[in-house]
Design a protein. Structure first.
Length: 324
């Protein structure tokens, strides 16, 4: 199978090993790699989804571990799923960036017009197969990780219901409220998840750099706080899995802009990292071909900055204002 996404070696150490998920292939709902457990009691349909992108390993580890623990819902239904399995199965530790997707980004095809359209790809075929299950899901956690080292964050969409859900789950500390991406619709924004009039809700957790050991822990803690918040599982069982360390108060960031490089000489200020907070309006964020790029407001948060390999037209960082 030919992978069309970026390939090549990685400057980052691969500390995680993708689990063998072949035991979960058959599923039980007519969709490979999707399994739904029904408690027989009233309650929401809750889903924990992994490998929306094939090289995001921490989610696969978490979902595989839930299977091995025989986790079952005490009310409603619980679905455990592996999404872009074709890409996942192309993992190569020597080229760990190469299997993000097969033909296109699975997390940009979740608009009804795209799913109902005539275009075809590996990812669209898979999304169309999963769609009937996703249509039935009330509460979704989609587990992701990031290309570059970055503190974990929860992406909750633009609606207040998403922010409130993320605050209730409680981790990660940073909650990013955004409108998604111009080049396609994410699963977490699909259908009722993105409808303010619907009780459905979805979260997308970014656990850290793709292959760092810490991302596995973030995924596991987030899964159990999510499951506990939904009431899907026994609270005592969830509590046994959770780190007892007190959590910091959530920080909500509302995305306002995407900054685009006009040159290859785009340089963030020295020491810049993801989730840096630029304290004052007018402070320098970066220089673009020598021209200063200034913060448009106080408490400006840098979300997933691209610190190397910048080229003209590239979105180098999204910025948002920290709610205070």
């Amino acid at each position: 199978m030919t992978i069309k996404s970026a390939s090549g070696g990685s400057p980052y150490k691969v500390e995680l090993t993708p689990p063998d998920i072949s035991a979960h292939r058959a599923g039980n709902c007519g969709v490979n790699y999707v399994t739904t457990f029904d408690s027989g009691m009233p309650g929401p349909h809750v889903m924990v989804n992994a490998v929306t992108h094939g090289n995001e390993i921490c989610g696969a580890i978490a979902v595989d571990r839930l299977f091995k623990m025989n986790v079952r819902p005490i009310r409603g239904k619980l679905s455990l799923s592996f999404a872009n399995v074709d890409a996942y199965h192309c993992w190569d530790s020597l080229h760990p960036h190469a299997n993000r997707y097969v033909d296109e980004d699975f997390n940009r095809v979740w608009a009804a017009a795209t799913l109902d359209g005539g275009r075809n790809s590996s990812e669209l075929t898979r999304a169309r197969a999963m769609r009937p299950v996703i249509d039935d899901v009330d509460l979704l956690l989609d587990i992701h990780s990031m290309h570059d080292p970055h503190g974990p964050l929860m992406i909750c969409g633009p609606l207040d219901k998403g922010v409130e859900f993320a605050q209730a789950v409680g981790i990660p500390e940073f909650i990013v409220s955004d409108k998604g991406h111009a080049n396609g619709t994410r699963m977490r924004d699909y259908g009722g998840f993105g409808d303010p009039a619907s009780s459905k809700n979805a979260l997308l957790v970014e656990c850290g750099q793709h292959w760092e050991q810490a991302a596995e822990s973030v995924a596991w803690q987030t899964v159990w706080r999510f499951l506990r918040q939904t009431g899907c599982v026994d609270r005592g069982i969830a509590d046994q899995q959770l780190d007892a360390t007190p959590l910091p108060a959530p920080k909500v960031v509302r995305v306002t802009d995407a900054l685009i490089a006009s040159s290859a000489d785009y340089r963030f200020r020295a020491g810049t990292q993801g989730l840096d907070i630029i304290a004052r309006r007018g402070d320098v964020i970066a220089h673009d071909d020598g021209v200063p790029v200034l913060s448009p407001y106080d408490n400006c948060v840098l979300i997933m900055p691209t610190l190397v390999h910048v080229k003209p037209g590239l979105t180098v960082v999204r910025i948002g204002q920290l709610a205070v």
